[in-house]
Design a binder for this molecule. Structure first.
Ligand SMILES: Nc1ncnc2c1ncn2[C@@H]1O[C@H](C[S@+](CC[C@H]([NH3+])C(=O)[O-])CC(=O)[O-])[C@@H](O)[C@H]1O
Ligand SMILES: O=C(O)C(=O)Cc1ccccc1
Length: 247
């Protein structure tokens, strides 16, 4: 895995462009996400553990917005259920290309891994196959808000009994004091991970137009509206959380 440090926002930019999952981001992505998302390594590893409890024989496990395939690799480390396959989907060509290289690396190191396919495509246009596990690990927040309910409805329709959606997101908070406190603590987390005030400010302005977090209440209500029967938060670190939604 690339060890290149994230310095994408270290120099002052005359105008900060909207964040895009391009080659520059791909090169530093493992470092960027670990230093930016509190709890990310814990979420990814445990997503594999959770998935092993929900995986059903002869079904698909989806990793939607797979980036470099960290979740896909965790699924393949933990799930042993007969006849399961992993489908990793991302619409960034740069991410997909590097994801395939990393998965080839995993294939050459371990035996008896679940088969995997990496699709370059829009998850909004995906024809879902019967699925037991669907992971949306920090992806829904990049989907246009007006598309989110329909996407969750399609995922719900594809889920088999006994399966689950695992949804991880940055959260917004309706209580202004709670929102301000957790936002400040997230900034402190980034500072402690070596990001400067300039890097933090420029990154915030790069993502503000393209990444729209919802509150936990909005997630719960939308998941129920999409047909899920139960929503169970299993992890929160500062303003980042992960939920299990049962069909
Ligand atoms: N419509 C779309 N269709 C397909 N992919 C999309 C779409 N919109 C965005 N993406 C993809 O969703 C991913 C979001 S990153 C996920 C991290 C990963 N899950 C991880 O656990 O390492 C989250 C982050 O960087 O905060 C990017 O790779 C986008 O190209
Ligand atoms: O960096 C942030 O502030 C985030 O909210 C998370 C993030 C991580 C990686 C790419 C885009 C956003």
């Amino acid at each position: 895995m690339s060890k290149e440090p994230d310095r994408l926002f270290a120099q002052p930019l005359p105008q900060v462009p909207d964040f895009a999952f391009n080659e520059d981001v791909v090169r530093v992505f493992p470092d960027m996400i670990k230093r930016s998302v509190p709890g990310y390594p814990t979420i990814v590893e445990n997503l594999g553990v959770l998935a092993a409890q929900f995986a059903q024989p002869n079904s698909v496990l989806y990793d939607l917005g797979s980036s470099l395939g960290a979740v896909t690799q965790a699924l393949r480390r933990h799930v042993r259920t007969d006849g399961c396959r992993v489908m990793a989907v991302d619409n960034s060509a740069a991410m997909v290309e590097r994801c395939r290289e990393y998965l080839n690396g995993q294939d050459s190191m371990f035996q008896e891994l679940l088969p995997v396919e990496v699709l370059e495509g829009d998850i909004l246009a995906l024809q879902f196959q019967p699925a037991s596990v669907v992971a949306l690990n920090f992806t829904l927040q990049f989907i246009a808000p007006q598309e989110r309910l329909a996407l969750l409805g399609r995922i719900r329709q594809a889920l088999l009994p006994g399966g689950a959606l695992i949804l991880s997101e940055k959260l917004r908070f309706n209580d202004p004091q709670e929102h301000a406190l957790l936002t400040d603590l997230h900034i402190a987390f980034k500072r402690a991970n070596g990001y400067s005030e300039l890097e933090i400010a420029q990154k915030r302005s790069a993502i503000e137009n393209i990444m729209k977090p919802d509150s936990l209440e909005e997630h719960r209500e939308r998941l129920l509206a999409a047909g899920f029967s139960k929503v169970v938060p299993w992890f929160q670190c500062l303003n980042f959380a992960s939920l299990i939604a049962l069909p």
